[in-house]
Design a protein around this ligand. Sequence first.
Ligand code: GUN
Ligand code: ZN
Length: 449
Amino acid sequence: MSELLIRGRVLTFVKEPEGIDDTASYRFFEDGAVLVRNGKVAGVGAHAEVAKQAGDGVKVADHRPHLVLPGLIDTHLHFPQTQAIASYGAQLLEWLNTYIFVEEQKFKAPEHAAFIAGRFMDELLANGTTTAVAYCSVHPESVDAFFNAAEARNMRMVGGKVMMDRNAPEALTDMPEKGYEETKRLIAKWHGRGRAHYAISPRFAITSTPGQMEMSRALVAEHPDCYVQTHLSENKDEIAFATSLYPQAKDYTDIYARYDLLGRKTLLGHCIHLSDREISVLAETGAVGVFCPTSNLFLGSGLFDRDRFDRLGARYSVATDVGAGTSFSMLETMDEAYKVLHLQGQRLSPLNSFYMMTLGNARALDLEHCIGSLHVGADADIVVLDSRAKPAMELRMQVASSLTEELFILQTMGDDRSVAEVYVAGKPMKCGPRGASAPAPSARMFETA
Ligand code: GUN
Ligand code: ZN
């Protein structure tokens, strides 16, 4: 029996914060500890109490004065776009055609897919993210690479092969039957193996014919315990194109509703320009709108209206959306979320930000029994955050006087440098700020024109 006692300032949420200072929404132990036994949380609370529960041979990792939280969760990003972050100048459809549909073709090669998958997982871990929901490319090889890299690190990951059968280069399309068969095979191989979960992934209505949507409907009906991920209402040109392809649909949301793709396990990227009717359909079906602030600003897509989701009772989560998203850091993502909401006169409290990155996103995935909070029996996926990681943060922290202020400083000024350690099922994983497998910097120079 292996035991580890992780000591630090332990913070974990128990419910959604209702105000800026909702102390009932979390548990905080200034001198706290988490006892890990066989990869699970065996105790959490004040250090003096938890230490008593530990056996004689317990190892101790003393992270004081850093904060100890559940590992962060990212509910939408694209692993084949890891090297396409920072592609200049275009809005969604042009960006997809110019950069992304070129980049994703590289993932037919298993060596390339394996190389990027390893770097992708290390980048998540370097940023304190222990679970993510990712799109792979159309190639089954990319899904194998993705789940192999996750399995090698024992990470709880959700992912799936993108399905596309039109409006994309031929090298990236799969006919409806082929997409169906390949998805079935990948579900059989990966879903429920170790910590892997499969997401059925028709990319969006523009790249799927009605025939492929029918196949998606069949996959969802045959595999109700798999996730479903797609994109909805990100960009005005996208909406016009999608609705023109499905003239019988009432609106963009209705396209997915007609194929029975909306349910509690459905994650819908972006959801920016929805009508009240559409948000009400999400509320009725339990589908989750995914707020991707850095992406929405980078592509000039628009502003996610969180308050309307709250008013209409629809579920939402938060995500990086790498590679339209510009950072793997959930801290930087919440910094941009704060600004996107501010522009609309909406507030995002620091408690709410940290709730969303942890328990909120776990609830969006219906995985709160095992991730997103530190409770006995939970997976020991844990992040250790240093609020003084940079000189400017240390200086700012000198005048901070409350936990909420500290959290806001972390969110506003923090990034991967604030992640002092990350544990996956109780195992420390952070091997320096550049990630475990980062090679030495290349000596190659750019040619001058
Ligand atoms: N819509 C369809 N595919 C994509 C994608 O890869 N990224 C973003 N941001 N939107 C999409
Ligand atoms: Zn996306």
